[in-house]
Design a binder for this molecule. Structure first.
Ligand code: SF4
Ligand code: SF4
Length: 422
């Protein structure tokens, strides 16, 4: 790596040095309490999978260039030059961390390893060493925001076809069971690209007689997965601007953990509230706006808390309220939802597909054990594993097959739609 490339990367590093980040970088007693907290380490007990090791990869560069000792003493063991080897280490640290923040709960100083890892991700982008797929997907989302009119006709054609499917299954008095561009709607629903994210949601909104409208944009934020703050902001702003233009009161994010956390925590003060679809469904049931078959599901049901919705988003009671209403045999797999094991698919790992499959399966052994131990479901018992995040759903489906759990992996929103009583 030449000097000018290194200077460019160090400028990126410096830009991340807020006071909080400096505290995270300077405060680690190496007590190791976070080590067993990470699902990757718990599944594969190797030093390189401990949270403190991932942070140390970044810390050594910090000490080398931003601390006096590192600058003065070239041989100081706790410092490391930012070179091609360091880039490889940063890559492993960044893309073996799902950003679940379970380790933070165990650290006596509350060190946020995910924040430290965000420096690694930024340096990788600066060195053009980040996973190309994630950047490509983020760029496509940004381009859609800049040329939305070019996308609209095809999008609307697709929606009209989905409306037929909604009406095949559920009654609706609405002229359009999937409304778009409704100025003054109470709610803007931001879905993922896919019928499974739109059809059940539409059925429930219509049953609740909600005044809603579907966003033109997909909720997922690939800018956040790849750790690019500019692209994260541009992708987020598309939805914020749409919500402001339509003057909605509430933005509802589909079952996508990262999309929910980004919208909730990074959209700033806005004239609309931000909710997850799970919160909205729980509200409809509590307020009697929809009628569902109570205890109609008799198969054993377990819920996986998506890290970005539960631990990092605070939505833990609502899915349990919904499932205890719908199911006769709800089984808790995480007695303390805040401490639930990550599924191992976050941080962009699921989006990278086959490339990360081997690591995702090996690092999720502890998750498979948790499901088997607490769910007490043998293959053949008809157990259902439910979640409220697209990434988790894909990863849990992979875990289910890989570890031969014999479960049926479902989305919570689909279960609500299926339980609707006319
Ligand atoms: S944020 Fe999660 S994946 Fe990353 S180091 Fe901490 S526990 Fe491990
Ligand atoms: S628990 Fe906190 S202080 Fe202890 S090793 Fe982990 S990050 Fe460092």
């Amino acid at each position: 790596m030449d000097e000018s490339a290194r200077s460019k990367l160090l400028a990126l590093f410096e830009g991340k040095l807020t006071r909080a980040m400096e505290v995270y970088l300077e405060t680690c007693s190496r007590c190791g309490l976070c080590t067993p907290a990470c699902h990757a380490h718990a599944s594969m007990p190797l030093p390189r999978y401990s949270p403190a090791h991932r942070a140390e990869v970044v810390r050594r560069i910090y000490r080398k260039y931003f601390k006096a000792q590192g600058r003065i003493l070239p041989g100081w063991g706790q410092a490391k030059a930012l070179d091609d080897t360091a880039i490889e280490e940063l890559k492993e640290a960044a893309y073996t961390c799902t950003g679940c923040r379970r380790c933070m709960l165990y650290c006596p100083f509350g060190i946020d390893t995910q924040q430290i890892v965000s420096i690694a991700k930024l340096l990788l982008i600066g060195a053009s060493a980040e996973p190309e797929t994630l950047t490509m997907l983020a760029d496509m989302s940004v381009a859609k925001g800049q040329n939305v009119d070019a996308f609209k006709p095809r999008f609307l054609d697709g929606i009209r076809r989905l409306e037929v499917k909604v009406l095949e299954r559920w009654k609706s008095e609405a002229a359009h069971p999937i409304p778009t561009e409704v100025e003054g709607a109470d709610m803007l629903y931001v879905a993922l690209a896919g019928a499974h994210s739109i059809i059940p949601a539409a059925a429930v909104f219509n049953a609740a007689r909600e005044n809603w409208t579907l966003s033109f944009f997909e909720a997922v934020n690939f800018g956040a997965f790849v750790g690019d703050p500019n692209k994260t902001k541009l992708i987020l702003e598309r939805i914020v601007n749409e919500a402001l233009r339509l003057k909605v009161r509430e933005v509802v994010i589909c079952e996508c953990g990262t999309a929910y956390r980004v919208m909730k925590q990074l959209s700033g003060a806005q004239p609309f509230r931000v909710s997850s679809i799970t919160e909205v469904h729980a509200r409809y049931i509590r307020e009697g706006r929809i009628k569902v078959r109570a205890k109609g599901i008799t198969r054993p049901v377990m819920y996986h808390d998506p890290c970005q919705i539960a631990r990092n988003g605070g939505v833990m009671d609502e899915p349990r309220f919904i499932l205890r209403t719908l199911c006769a045999d709800y089984r808790e797999i995480s007695p303390e939802p805040n401490y639930n094991w990550c599924c191992g698919g976050g941080g962009g790992l699921v989006a990278l597909g086959e490339e990360t499959f081997d690591f995702r399966m090996k690092s999720s052994r502890i998750k498979a054990d948790q499901i088997a131990e607490f769910g007490k479901c043998a293959p053949g018992d008809g157990g259902i594993l439910v979640t409220a995040c697209e990434n988790c759903h894909t990863q849990l489906g992979n875990i289910n097959t890989h570890y031969k759990l014999g479960l049926d992996v479902q989305f919570l929103s689909s279960m609500v739609a299926d339980a609707l009583v006319e």
